[in-house]
Ligand binder design. Structure first.
Ligand SMILES: NC(=O)c1ccc[n+]([C@@H]2O[C@H](COP(=O)([O-])OP(=O)(O)OC[C@H]3O[C@@H](n4cnc5c(N)ncnc54)[C@H](OP(=O)(O)O)[C@@H]3O)[C@@H](O)[C@H]2O)c1
Length: 333
């Protein structure tokens, strides 16, 4: 790369089945220039999110990503030059930079971030992952000490934090994750009370054994069969925080929804509520105070999975959807 060019990863075709490397292309464009009101950014870390794949299906809480454009994605970036008031070279921002080395974006689309070390924490525990876990669990799940909290995709970036916060709040915590190693990690390293391997084939029974008093709060990252297994095990007046549906993202959507909806929701008087973390940004500071305190005291362990090189971004997302990651996956550009 020369200093006058900008490497970009383009989404060249929207997948109809599973996402593969053939859907992306590495390309080079001219270095963008900041117009009035914009800043030129050097992208430092790109966040890999299950939602990147969901955006390919159509508009969600943001517009859909389109073929033959730079793949969308959040990132931590450093201001190189600025034609916007209040932004100066060296400032650190979070933005939808897309998968590229540089981006010129309007200041109103940038979120100023503190320059902390390691910078990666701005994408993991103090970024979208940590805030999603915090607000989804505490504001939607409303766990009380002694209750049982179950979280799916428990070894992922959001789930690993959800389970640890639930432990801090005095709950019995059960994680659901793919594979023995991840399950062992959840209990041995992160302090979960139990972990269930959903790939083992006996999810319903294993969940019953791990949550013998039933489930009070289910933090749902995956939807599909795992939601269906949790529903009948919910206690009366339980809460289901609908965070995402990763089991439905990579391929054609399943023909049927989980059984038990709405019957079990009625008889068990359940509250099932979706949320989008962006709605909580005005309250971010109160979450950060707690999250920083828990990290400093060692009650909250931060797990990151940093992959080197912009060119490896497609592979990193495909691997995340297949369950390669533990904790927050990102690419160092
Ligand atoms: N509502 C919001 O504001 C908000 C914000 C951020 C994220 N989210 C959502 O939160 C969820 C978790 O995101 P994340 O960033 O924590 O995930 P992540 O770290 O990106 O990890 C995803 C994990 O999901 C698991 N997984 C993949 N396919 C699965 C399947 N079919 N069934 C069960 N588990 C599967 C894999 O682990 P295994 O090895 O365990 O399968 C994978 O490692 C996603 O649904 C995402 O869209 C929502």
């Amino acid at each position: 790369m020369t200093s006058t060019s900008n490497r970009q990863i383009l989404l060249i075709e929207k997948p109809t089945g599973k996402l593969g490397p053939e859907h992306f292309k590495l390309s080079e464009a001219a270095m963008p220039e900041a117009k009035d009101g914009e800043a030129l950014l050097r992208v430092r870390y790109i966040s890999l999110d299950a939602a990147n794949r969901a955006w390919m299906h159509g508009a969600t809480y943001r517009s859909a990503v389109e073929a033959n454009s730079v793949m969308a994605g959040g990132g931590i970036a450093e201001v190189v030059s600025s034609k916007a008031e209040g932004l100066a070279p060296g400032d650190i921002v979070f933005a939808d930079t897309g998968w590229q080395d540089y981006a010129a974006l309007p200041a109103k689309h940038l979120t100023r971030m503190p320059r902390i070390e390691p910078l990666t924490y701005l994408l993991s525990v103090y970024g979208i992952a940590g805030l999603t876990a915090y607000f989804g669990l505490l504001d939607i799940g409303k766990p009380k000490a002694g209750e049982t909290v179950v979280v799916s995709a428990a070894a992922g970036s959001v789930g690993s934090i959800v389970g640890q916060i639930a432990k801090i709040k005095g709950c019995h915590v059960v994680g659901i994750a793919g594979g023995k190693d991840k399950c062992h990690w959840l209990t041995a390293e992160l302090g979960f009370d139990a972990a269930v391997d959903y790939k083992d084939g006996a999810l319903f029974k294993a969940l019953r054994a791990a949550a013998p008093k039933g489930i009070d709060v289910y933090f749902d990252n995956v939807g599909g069969e795992i939601l269906e297994a949790c529903l009948p095990q919910m206690n009366n007046y339980g809460r289901i925080a609908c965070c995402g549906a990763i089991s439905q993202y990579d391929g054609a959507p399943s023909a049927t929804g989980p059984r038990g909806v709405p019957g079990l929701i009625v008889v068990k008087r359940l509250v099932m509520q979706g949320f989008v973390v962006l709605d909580y940004m005005k309250e971010r500071d109160r979450a950060l105070v707690d999250l920083q305190g828990w990290v400093a005291s060692g009650q909250l362990k931060v797990q990151e999975d940093v992959i080197d090189g912009l060119e490896n971004t497609p592979k990193a997302l495909i691997g995340l959807l297949a369950g390669e990651n533990r904790g927050k996956r990102m690419v160092k550009v």
